[in-house]
Write a protein that binds this ligand. Structure first.
Ligand SMILES: [Zn+2]
Length: 455
């Protein structure tokens, strides 16, 4: 070979080998951390619980995906095998990462799977769970000494891991999640309702390195992680699905992003076969993810645009002091505890809150993907409506983000009543059910954000 042929060959090889780096539209970082408590704690959800955890089925994780576009916009999505999330945890994490890495606080979204087999970190815990001082101290210690520091390190590690990557999205479906709003003559009751409004979608995002290695798979589903009602730490169906995906793709991190499953339950569930059902649901979901990975892909391009807002959702008029005093003396346990809590609030602030702040987020990934994140125990209508309204990109809606303050009903669910519409509020700190305009406020906020990120 002549010297200049050799020179050109080397030059071409150099360019080819550099191409993926130069052409990379995305830098993506991946990180994960075990968040299983170091000692047994009270478990989340279910007011009937009467003792702390007694071991684990598998470890609980928090996982992070950090995105950086060519233009330098960054966004970090955190998913957690936890029952709840609130500002008391999310804010110190966001503030610490803003300080160390300059990530705007509004560009960190923390989503929880709502597994009921995780330490109880919900904001309403001290009011309703009637825990012993010892049990409460163990949880407070878990949150302050383990969970918050671990989440801070997790997000920092994901940002330190930013490297060139391709993003691919696809869709699949699973059907074990069903409506739990069963209509009867005396109103909606919490029971499997196969004819109810539901959503089967399993959105999937793959993070692939320039040499084709799968680094992460994020997938979503809109359904309560409540197959189990026992006393062991477990990520429920979402935990099993993540373990399955990671087992089939060694080296890749699987993240479960909870959708708007506030009014959806996994069926069958509970009972002596609960763990078996849970494995089945986990398998159904991970099989759906595998089908998506093997199916047609859409490559996601930049730029990345992000937007965040907090909408204030009007509540029904608050109860009077006399009403609360009556409830505090005569009502049954939950109403009594709530009345005492509200009397305390009234004492402290001179009035009760008349609006519930509701954080909302939108992220537009080029023409291909619109990601929307909603707070609260978000019902399925909040996923279906944006998908119907914002045509063009793939629309991925996450619920249970940043602040799981109470059930977040749509107007339909609110007017129908039932647990997610009205009665569930007795277990949550929000003083009264939402006013019928709740959906206008949430959808109005989402529309404004989508407009901002679509310009
Ligand atoms: Zn729930």
């Amino acid at each position: 070979m002549h010297w200049f042929q050799r020179f050109f060959l080397i030059a071409i090889l150099f360019c080819v080998s550099r191409t993926p780096l130069l052409a990379a539209e995305w830098q993506v970082g991946v990180a994960k951390v075990v968040v299983t408590p170091e000692s047994p704690t009270w478990l989340s959800g279910y007011g009937s619980r009467n003792k702390p955890a007694e071991g684990k089925v598998h470890d609980l994780y928090a996982k992070a995906l950090a995105f950086e576009s060519k233009q330098g916009t960054r966004l970090v999505l955190v998913t957690c095998d936890l029952g709840s999330m609130h500002y008391g945890i999310a804010r110190p994490v966001a503030a610490a990462v803003e300080k160390s890495h300059g990530l705007p606080q509004s560009n960190l979204i923390i989503n929880v799977s709502h597994t009921h087999c995780a330490p109880e970190v919900a904001v309403e815990r001290p009011v309703f769970h009637n825990l012993s001082d010892e049990a409460e101290a163990a949880l407070a210690n878990y949150i302050d000494q383990q969970l918050i520091p671990k989440l801070i390190t997790l997000v920092r590690e994901s940002l330190d891991d930013l490297k060139p990557a391709r993003l691919l999205v696809s869709q699949s479906s699973a059907s074990f999640g069903k409506s739990r709003r069963f209509p009867t003559e005396s109103g909606i009751v919490n029971r499997r309702y196969d004819e109810g409004i539901t959503e089967d979608d399993v959105p999937v995002m793959q993070v692939v390195s320039p040499d084709g290695k799968l680094r992460a798979v994020m997938f979503g589903y809109a359904c309560h992680n409540t197959t189990l009602a026992f006393y062991q730490y477990c990520g429920d169906y979402a935990g099993f699905a993540q373990y399955n995906v990671e087992a089939s793709h060694p080296g890749a991190v699987a993240l479960f992003m909870m959708g708007c499953g506030g009014d959806q339950n996994p069926y069958p569930r509970h009972g002596p076969k609960g763990l078996e059902y849970c494995r089945q649901h986990g398998r159904e979901l991970s099989d759906a993810v595998e089908r998506a990975i093997q199916g047609e892909q859409t490559e996601v391009h930049g730029p990345l645009r992000t937007a965040h807002t907090v909408v204030n959702l009007p509540l029904e008029p608050p109860p009077t002091r006399e009403q609360l005093q009556r409830d505090a003396e005569t009502a049954t346990s939950y109403r009594q505890r709530k009345a005492k809590y509200l009397l305390g609030e009234l004492e402290k602030h001179g009035k009760l809150m008349s609006e519930q702040p509701c954080p909302l987020y939108a992220a537009r990934f080029g023409k291909e993907l619109l990601f929307i994140a909603v707070s609260g125990e978000t019902v399925v209508d909040y996923s279906r409506k944006p998908k119907a309204e914002f045509v063009g990109p793939m629309v991925w809606v996450a619920g249970y983000c940043t602040d799981v303050f109470a059930y977040l009903p749509s107007q339909r669910v609110l007017l129908e009543g039932g647990y997610e519409g009205r009665t569930g509020i007795v277990h949550q700190l929000t003083p009264t059910p939402f006013a019928p305009s709740v959906e206008d406020h949430v959808m109005g906020g989402i529309r404004r954000l989508v407009k901002q990120v679509s310009q």
